[in-house]
Design a protein around this ligand. Structure first.
Ligand code: SF4
Length: 349
C-alpha cells in the first residue's frame, strides 16, 4: 500500500493472500503508477492498440514442447511469406486504421540476413507509418548464430533497416532448469536478457512476457519477475509486461490448463513486484474478455490489441477474438475510458 519495493520472499507470501485482497493491492499499485500519466487521467484510462500478428514463417527447428504452431520443412503445410504477401496484410491493417505489426516466426534454418533486411526495408518503404514490432529474443539469438554475426550487429542492422521495437516473446520462464524441460533447444535465460539489454542500449524498446502454468514452480515465476525487474532497473527499456497461461491443446506437453483465479493472482503479483514497469497488459486472448475486464482491477491498465490476425495461441486451441468496438465496450463497461495507443503507450486520437 505504501508503494515500496517487495522482496521475492514477500512476493511468495503475498501469493497466498485471499484473491480479492491481492487484487486490491494490485489495483492500488496500478493507481499509484498511472496517476501522473496522460495529464492526470491515467487512473481511469485503459489503453489498447490496433495491430496484426504476422508470422512470416512457421518453419522451425527448435521443437518447443508447448508449441502447436511450428512445422518442419518436410510438412506439407509449412510456409515462408514473401515481402509482397506480408505487405498485402499490412495494407489490410492500414485500411482499418492499425498502427503496428507484430512480426515473428519460427527459427527457419535457411533464411539468410538478406531475407530479413529486404523485408524490413520493403515494409518501411510501402508502409512508413506502421511500426514493426518484430523478432523475439530467441529469434535474434538464432540469427546471430545462423548469420555468424555478433548479436549487437544483427540488432543494429535490423534497427537501421527500420525495426521499431522488440516483442518480449520466448521468455516463457527465465529459469534454465525450466527452459531445459520445455524448450531445450531455445536460448537460455541469460541470452534472452542479453538480447533485451543490447536492444535497449541501441534505443529499441521492448515488452516483457511470461508464460506460466506448465512445469515451473511459484519460486521459478518469482525468479522470472526478479530478473526482469533487475534488467529494468539497469535499462528502463521495457514498456510493458504481459503474462498468460500455458495452452496445452495440440502440444507435446500435457497438463492441466490453469483457470482464471491463478491467472489473476499471478497478474496481480506481477503488478506489485514489477514496480519499475509502467504498463501491465490483460491477456484476454487466453482468458476471455470477461476475465480481461476483471484483470483491469487486478493491476492491468492495458487491454492488449485488436489483433487482426493471430496464429500461435489459436493453434493451441484458444480462439478469443474481439473487434475494436467490442474492446472499447468491454473497457467502458468495466468502468474505464478506452483509448487507442501506439507501441510506446502514447495516446492516439
Ligand atoms: S515456440 Fe517458437 S521456437 Fe519454439 S517451436 Fe514454436 S515457433 Fe519454434
Amino acid at each position: 500500500m505504501a508503494g515500496e519495493r517487495i522482496s521475492p520472499e514477500e512476493a511468495c507470501d503475498l501469493y497466498s493472500l485471499p484473491l480479492p485482497e491481492l487484487g486490491i493491492l494490485a489495483d492500488v499499485r496500478r493507481r499509484q503508477k498511472k496517476r501522473e500519466a496522460y495529464e492526470g487521467a491515467g487512473e481511469r484510462i485503459v489503453t489498447y492498440i490496433v495491430d496484426r500478428n504476422i508470422n512470416y514463417t512457421n518453419v522451425c527447428n527448435v521443437g518447443c514442447k508447448f508449441c502447436a504452431f511450428y512445422r518442419r520443412k518436410r510438412d506439407p503445410d509449412h510456409y515462408v511469406l514473401s515481402p509482397e504477401k506480408i505487405s498485402e496484410k499490412v495494407a489490410e491493417l492500414e485500411a482499418i486504421g492499425g498502427t503496428q505489426i507484430l512480426l515473428q516466426g519460427g527459427h527457419h534454418p535457411d533464411l539468410g540476413i538478406d531475407y530479413y533486411l529486404e523485408l524490413i526495408h520493403y515494409l518501411k518503404e510501402k508502409h512508413p507509418k506502421i511500426n514493426i514490432h518484430g523478432f523475439s529474443p530467441p529469434e535474434f539469438i538464432h540469427f546471430s548464430q545462423t548469420f555468424q554475426m555478433p548479436l549487437e550487429e544483427v540488432l543494429r542492422r535490423f534497427r537501421d533497416a527500420g525495426l521499431g521495437s522488440v516483442p518480449g516473446g520466448g521468455a516463457e520462464i527465465l529459469v534454465d532448469e525450466v527452459r531445459k524441460r520445455i524448450a531445450a533447444r531455445k536460448c537460455t535465460a541469460d541470452q534472452w536478457l542479453e538480447v533485451m539489454r543490447t536492444a535497449h542500449r541501441l534505443g529499441l524498446r521492448s515488452s516483457a512476457t511470461m508464460m506460466f502454468g506448465h512445469v515451473e514452480s511459484l519460486a521459478d515465476r518469482i525468479e522470472h519477475l526478479r530478473r526482469l525487474r533487475e534488467l529494468q532497473d539497469e535499462t528502463r527499456g521495457f514498456t510493458a509486461f504481459i503474462c498468460w497461461t500455458f495452452q496445452p491443446e495440440n502440444t507435446a506437453l500435457s497438463g492441466r490448463k490453469l483457470g482464471p483465479s491463478e491467472y489473476l493472482r499471478m497478474q496481480a503479483l506481477s503488478r506489485i513486484f514489477l514496480d519499475n514497469v509502467d504498463n501491465i497488459q490483460a491477456s484476454w486472448v487466453t482468458q476471455g474478455p470477461e476475465i480481461g475486464q476483471v484483470a483491469l482491477r487486478f493491476g492491468a491498465n492495458d487491454f492488449g490489441s485488436v489483433m487482426m490476425e493471430e496464429n500461435v495461441v489459436s493453434a493451441a486451441g484458444t480462439t478469443f477474438r474481439m473487434t475494436e468496438k467490442e474492446i472499447e465496450s468491454f473497457i467502458g463497461e468495466a468502468g474505464f475510458e478506452p483509448r487507442r495507443r501506439n507501441n510506446w503507450y502514447e495516446l492516439l486520437s
